[in-house]
Design a protein around this ligand. Structure first.
Ligand SMILES: [Cu+2]
Length: 148
């Protein structure tokens, strides 16, 4: 039964756009390349090792491994959890499908987080500890166990 629930949950993806803005002193090094992409142009891959497995990521512009502005899109299954962490740069997130939840602090506490729906937006300043998780429209009691 859990396996079946997992198959139902996986298509319920959370898509979000993350823009990591540079620190103010680095702003002159932003990309000046023209980028125009349709959803079919995106090259999806597994998230980097710093994130829990199970989500997918596509780079829209820039290079996340280098200094400078970059934009990535992330798809995570319902129940995906990102433990408390910080970034050296600010992080801007726009939710484009699903429900994304964000909380601030050292302790993962769903009761203290805020739920962001489609079109929701959050700015996380550099150095601010935060955590996140996704929920789906058809949340199943086993969905978190099956997708983390
Ligand atoms: Cu983050």
């Amino acid at each position: 039964m859990k396996k079946f629930a997992l198959l139902l949950v996986l298509p319920l993806v959370l898509s979000l756009v993350t823009v990591a803005a540079q620190k103010k002193e680095d702003s002159a090094a932003t990309s000046e390349q023209h980028v125009a992409l349709n959803p079919d142009d995106l090259k999806w891959g597994d998230v980097p090792p710093g994130l829990p497995p199970g989500a997918k990521m596509a780079v829209l512009s820039g290079d996340p491994t280098k200094k400078g502005l970059f934009t990535v899109r992330m798809q995570a299954p319902a129940g995906y959890k990102v433990p408390p962490h910080t970034h050296q740069t600010a992080e801007n997130i726009t939710v484009i499908s699903g429900t994304f939840n964000i909380g601030m602090g050292d302790k993962f506490d769903e009761a203290a987080g805020k739920s962001l729906e489609v079109g929701g937006f959050v700015v996380l300043p550099a150095g601010m500890k935060h955590y996140a998780w996704s929920t789906g429209d058809c949340d199943h009691p086993d969905s978190r166990q099956g997708t983390i």
